[in-house]
Write a protein that binds this ligand. Structure first.
Ligand SMILES: Nc1ncnc2c1ncn2[C@@H]1O[C@H](COP(=O)(O)OP(=O)(O)OP(=O)(O)O)[C@@H](O)[C@H]1O
Ligand SMILES: [Mg+2]
Length: 214
């Protein structure tokens, strides 16, 4: 495998006197997918949030192609697509308007074509004129994933992307993530679905085995 695109070193996160993450290292190369697994509460979402800068680690660094990974930096934002478990949509934009805005805001060439392609792939074409509040929970989850897939990206960071998807949706997601690797992108995936992890991930980081609650 090539040089790491994402390099994570010594991530430590404490909440009060509980140490959730202790000096965690992680690399993800282009064309590679790394899975993060572990029981509820083992720190998977906290790790992703610290890596992408949505939470501040007590110690450690996270770099993308050598640059500190900070979503507020335009050059980094262009390379990074993140779907965490908290999904926010513009309440008064339809599905297609939302995706179109995301694509154009991130300078996606051929935004209209890309949006239509992704709408079709994620099965939201029929509801593309609806507001997010009128979607089913699985459709909202599909919209969150679609928001990542309409933007340019070199690294995809996903927290339980399989959540709320139906069987066909999870199968599509597996194919899509394998294709992301084939396109030379790096994938960091938190998942509770062992079959999805086995299908997509080249390596797995397991959290929670030696938890230090002291
Ligand atoms: N802001 C916070 N304040 C205090 N404790 C927190 C905070 N965020 C997370 N925690 C604690 O950190 C631990 C790890 O939480 P996290 O959400 O990272 O787990 P997870 O591995 O993603 O679990 P799940 O599989 O349920 O999604 C939990 O014990 C949680 O209560
Ligand atoms: Mg979580």
């Amino acid at each position: 495998m090539g040089e790491a695109l994402l390099t994570v070193r010594g991530i430590t996160r404490r909440f009060g006197d509980r140490t959730i993450l202790s000096g965690l290292d992680l690399d993800v190369a282009c064309g590679e997918a790394v899975g993060v697994v572990g029981p509820n509460g083992s720190g998977k979402s906290t790790l992703l949030r610290c890596i992408v800068g949505a939470d501040e680690a007590d110690a450690g660094t996270s770099t993308l192609a050598g640059e500190p990974l900070d979503e507020r930096v335009p050059g980094i934002r262009r390379d990074l697509a993140v779907v965490l478990d908290d999904i926010d949509f513009f309440p008064d934009l339809s599905v297609v308007e939302h995706l179109d805005l995301v694509a154009r805001a991130h300078a996606q060439p051929d935004a209209e074509e890309v949006v239509n392609g992704v709408l079709d792939e994620v099965g939201l074409m029929e509801v593309s004129g609806q507001l997010p509040s009128t979607l089913s929970s699985g459709q909202r989850r599909r919209l969150a994933l679609a928001s990542a897939f309409v933007r340019p990206r070199r690294l995809l960071v996903l927290d339980e992307p399989e959540a709320r998807l139906d069987v066909d949706g999870v199968a599509w997601l597996g194919d899509k993530l394998v294709a992301e690797k084939g396109a030379g992108r790096a994938v960091l995936l938190v998942s509770h679905d062992p079959a999805l992890v086995a299908r997509v991930c080249d390596r797995v980081v397991r959290l929670g085995a030696d938890r230090d609650d002291a």
